[in-house]
Design a protein around this ligand. Structure first.
Ligand code: IVH
Length: 688
C-alpha cells in the first residue's frame, strides 16, 4: 500500500519537474497553469498525509515559504543586450563616423532618447492584454514580475483591439526623484536602511513578492524599444515610439523644438553629428530639472533594416551607443557647519561651502543629514570635501579628503542645546530634536509649511512675510494667519494697498480646501502628501455624507481611529500611525483646529469616482469572504459590465477561492486574471 503511495508521489514529482523545465527554462509550457497547480496541490496533499515521503528535493519545497522567495524565471528568445557606453563628445563623434563608414553612406538619421536610470523590463501583450512582464535578469533569462507590473498605474493592462496578437516590448521602470526622497526619509525614520538610489528603489519595489508593497510605491514605466518579437511592419524607431503612443503605452514624446525643455518631449530625430552633440549637451543641462533620473542619452540608428545590417558585437548592438553624463560631483572646502531647526524640531547640520558649480548649478550648501552621519564620515569645518549632486536633490557630501585636512582641526561638536531657543535637546534614533515644542524655529517653519503651495496654498503669504509677522508676534498658531486682515499691515514695509488686498484675497481663497491638503498642512511628522490623501480617503469612508464634512466632524473621526485601525490602512505603518495619534492628543492643536473651523476653513466635497471602468467587461469566479454580488454591483457602479461567461471580449477575470473552469478558460483565451486585491489596486479603488 505504502509502496503505491511512494510511487504516486514520485510520478507526480517527475511530472512537475518535467513541466517546470518546459515552463521556466524552455518557455514551452504544455499544460495550463491551472493544470499545473492541480498537480502541485495533489503532491502537497500526499506529502502532508505521508510526511515520511517528503524529501528536500521535492518541487513542493520551492513553494510557498521558501519557494515564494523566488520568482518564476523565463528564458527569452532574443536576449536583452546592453549598450556600449561613451563619456565624451569625441567618443560620440567616433561612433557616428564609424557607423556611417560601416553602412557606406553619407546620410544617416539617428533617433535620440534619454537614457533612463531605472530597472529594465520586458512586457508581453497578447491580444491586447498584458500577459507577462520579465525583469532583465542575466539578459537571457528574466524573472517573472507580471503581478508586480500589473499594479503600475502608468501601465495599461489592456491596449485595445487594434493591438497585434503578440507584442513584445522593452522599457524602464523608475520612480520619481521626489518620491525617492520621501520614501527614503520614511525608511530612515522607521529605522530601515535607505535605498541607495531611485534605481535601487524601483528595482527593490518590483522584486517584491507582495504586490501590495509594489502597489504602494509610485512606479512609472517608459517603453523605449521593441523586444524580440514585435510589430514587424514598423520600419523605424520613430515609428515604433509613435505606435506606442497609439496604444496609450507610456513612451517619451518626440520634440521638434531646437531647445529642449524639461518635459515629456525628450526624443529627437536628427541627421547630423552636430545635432547629436547638441542634444547630448542640452540633456546634460536639463538633467537636474527632470522629475526622474537619467544617466545619459541613447543614440540609435533610426532605420530598423540598417540596425539589422549593423548587428551586434559581443553583448552590445553596433547600431546604438549610450552617451553617459559625467558624474555630477566636484571638490570644494567647507567654510563652516551651521545648524538648522526644521518644523518637526529636528536639528540638522548643514555645510556652508565655498561655491562650486555642478552640472550647471552653483552649490553653496550641502546637507549632512544628521550628527551620526557627520561623525561617521568624520566631516569637520575647513575640510576639503567631495560633493555630489544626484539630480535635483539637495547636494550631499560624499567624503572628506582627510589627507588635505590641516592638522588639529577639532571634530564638530554635537550641540547640547537647541541653536535657536537654547532648550535641551532630545535624541531619537539618528536624529537630534529641540525639546521645546514652542521653539520659534519650529513654529516659524510650521507656519511656512502650512501656507505653502501644496498645503493651504496661501499664494500671497510668502516666507519673508511669515518671518516678519512671526517676529511681530502676530502668528502664534495656524488660525492666527486668518486674523492678519485685522492687523496693521499697511504700515509694514513692502505692504501697499495692492499687496494687502492680494493677501486678503488669497487668505479667503485658501479657506475652501480639501481634507487631504489640510491634513498635510498641519505638518504632522511623517505625514506627507500621499499619507494625508490616504487618511482623507479613510475619513470619507467613515463619513457617509460626503458633502458636508467639516473640521470638527473630521477631527472626531480621526480621534476615533484607534491605532490598530490606522495601521490597517494601506501604506500607513505603525510609526506613521503613532505620529498621527500623538498629534491629535495635543490639546494646542485641537484648540487651533477649532479656531480654524470658527474662522470658516472648510472642505470642498470630494469627487466620487465615476465610471472608471467604463467599456470593460468582467467575469467573476470562485468564492469570496463576502457575497459575490458586492463585487458585481461595485463593478457595475463604476460603469463596467459583468458577464457570467468568459469570452474573447472579457477584459478581466476576477478570481476568488477555488476558481474552477472559468480560470482555465481565461488562460486559454489570454484573459488577464486578477484577485480582488489586485483588482482594487489596479484601478486605484479604496480597500475596505
Ligand atoms: S535601447 C541595447 N533605450 O539601458 C539594447 N535602452 O545599457 C537597446 N535603457 O537594457 C536598449 N534607457 O534597460 C534603450 N532610451 C533607452 C534606454 C535604455 C535606458 C537601458 C535599458 C538597457 C540598458 C542598456
Amino acid at each position: 500500500m505504502k509502496k503505491n503511495i511512494l510511487k504516486k508521489i514520485q510520478k507526480l514529482k517527475d511530472k512537475i519537474k518535467f513541466h517546470d523545465n518546459l515552463y521556466y527554462n524552455l518557455d514551452q509550457a504544455q499544460i495550463t497553469d491551472f493544470e499545473y497547480d492541480k498537480l502541485f496541490q495533489k503532491l502537497q496533499e500526499l506529502e502532508k498525509q505521508y510526511p515520511e515521503f517528503k524529501t528536500k528535493d521535492s518541487p513542493s519545497q520551492k513553494i510557498p515559504g521558501k519557494a515564494l522567495s523566488k520568482f518564476k524565471k523565463h528564458t527569452r528568445l532574443v536576449p536583452m543586450l546592453s549598450l556600449q557606453n561613451s563619456y565624451s563628445k569625441l567618443d560620440i563623434e567616433k561612433f557616428y563616423q564609424k557607423t556611417l563608414k560601416l553602412l557606406k553612406t553619407e546620410n544617416l538619421t539617428f533617433f535620440l532618447e534619454p537614457k533612463l536610470d531605472g530597472m529594465a523590463v520586458e512586457l508581453i501583450y497578447e491580444k491586447g492584454f498584458l500577459t507577462r512582464a520579465l525583469s532583465r535578469g542575466d539578459g537571457y533569462t528574466g524573472e517573472d514580475i507580471t503581478i508586480a507590473m500589473k499594479t503600475l498605474k502608468a501601465l495599461p493592462i489592456y491596449i485595445g483591439d487594434k493591438a497585434p496578437s503578440f507584442l513584445e516590448i522593452r522599457g524602464e521602470v523608475l520612480i520619481l526623484k521626489k518620491d525617492f526622497e520621501r520614501i527614503n526619509k520614511e525608511q530612515e525614520l522607521a529605522g530601515l536602511v535607505p535605498f541607495a538610489s531611485p534605481r535601487n528603489l524601483a528595482a527593490g519595489s518590483l522584486r517584491q513578492l507582495d504586490p501590495k508593497i509594489t502597489a504602494s510605491r509610485p512606479l512609472y514605466c517608459f517603453i523605449h524599444s521593441p523586444g524580440g518579437r514585435a510589430l514587424k511592419s514598423l520600419k523605424t524607431q520613430k515609428a515604433f515610439i509613435e505606435k506606442m503612443h497609439s496604444f496609450s503605452l507610456p513612451a517619451f514624446k518626440i520634440s521638434s523644438a531646437k531647445k529642449l525643455k524639461p518635459s515629456m518631449e525628450l526624443c529627437c530625430l536628427v541627421k547630423n553629428v552636430k545635432d547629436i552633440i547638441n542634444y547630448y549637451e542640452q540633456m546634460q543641462t536639463i538633467r537636474s530639472k527632470l522629475d526622474f533620473e537619467i544617466d545619459g542619452v541613447v543614440i540609435k540608428v533610426n532605420d530598423f533594416e540598417k540596425q539589422k545590417s549593423l548587428g551586434v558585437i559581443s553583448r552590445s548592438p553596433r547600431w546604438a551607443i549610450a552617451g553617459k553624463f559625467t558624474p555630477e560631483q566636484g571638490i570644494t572646502q567647507i567654510e563652516k557647519i551651521k545648524l538648522q531647526v526644521g518644523r518637526t524640531g529636528v536639528i540638522t547640520p548643514v555645510a556652508v561651502l565655498k561655491p562650486l558649480t555642478l552640472a550647471g548649478v552653483q552649490i553653496r550648501h550641502a546637507s549632512l543629514h544628521n550628527f551620526k552621519e557627520l561623525a561617521r564620515k568624520d566631516i569637520r569645518e575647513g575640510d576639503f570635501v567631495r560633493v555630489h549632486r544626484a539630480g535635483d536633490v539637495i547636494p550631499e557630501i560624499a567624503e572628506s579628503l582627510k589627507k588635505k585636512r590641516k592638522t588639529k582641526t577639532p571634530p564638530f561638536k554635537i550641540p547640547s542645546v537647541c541653536p535657536i531657543c537654547e532648550s535641551f535637546v532630545v535624541e531619537n534614533g539618528d536624529y537630534l530634536f529641540c525639546g521645546n515644542s514652542k521653539c520659534p524655529a519650529v513654529m516659524e517653519n510650521k507656519l511656512i509649511h502650512f501656507a505653502s503651495k501644496k498645503a493651504m496654498n496661501i499664494e500671497f503669504l510668502g516666507v519673508k512675510s511669515i518671518k516678519k509677522f512671526y517676529k511681530l508676534k502676530w502668528l502664534n498658531s495656524y488660525s492666527d494667519i486668518y486674523d492678519l486682515k485685522d492687523k496693521d499691515l499697511k504700515n509694514q514695509e513692502g505692504f501697499g494697498k495692492k499687496s494687502f488686498q492680494l493677501l486678503i484675497n488669497s487668505l479667503e481663497k485658501s479657506k475652501k480646501t480639501t481634507l487631504a491638503r489640510f491634513l498635510f498642512a498641519l505638518g504632522i511628522p511623517l505625514v506627507g502628501e500621499q499619507t494625508a490623501q490616504k487618511m482623507s480617503d479613510e475619513v470619507y469612508k467613515k463619513y457617509k455624507n460626503k458633502k458636508n464634512l467639516d473640521i470638527l466632524s473630521a477631527l472626531l473621526i480621526l480621534k476615533e481611529f484607534c491605532k490598530q485601525e490606522l495601521e490597517s490602512v494601506p501604506d500607513i505603518g505603525p510609526i506613521v500611525a503613532s505620529s498621527f495619534i500623538r498629534a491629535f492628543k495635543n490639546q494646542n492643536l485641537i484648540k487651533d483646529l477649532k479656531e480654524l473651523h470658527n474662522k470658516g476653513i472648510g472642505f470642498i466635497p470630494v469627487e466620487t469616482k465615476k465610471e472608471v471602468l467604463k467599456g470593460l467587461n468582467f467575469v467573476i469566479t470562485g468564492s469570496f469572504s463576502f457575497p459575490r454580488s458586492k463585487i458585481k454591483s461595485q463593478i457595475e457602479n463604476l460603469g463596467a459590465k459583468v458577464s457570467s461567461q468568459i469570452s474573447k471580449k472579457t477584459s478581466f477575470l476576477i478570481e476568488g477561492e477555488k476558481p474552477g473552469s472559468k480560470k482555465e478558460k481565461a488562460f486559454r483565451l489570454s484573459v488577464p486574471i486578477l484577485n480582488y486585491k489586485e483588482f482594487l489596486r489596479k484601478f486605484d479603488l479604496p480597500f475596505d
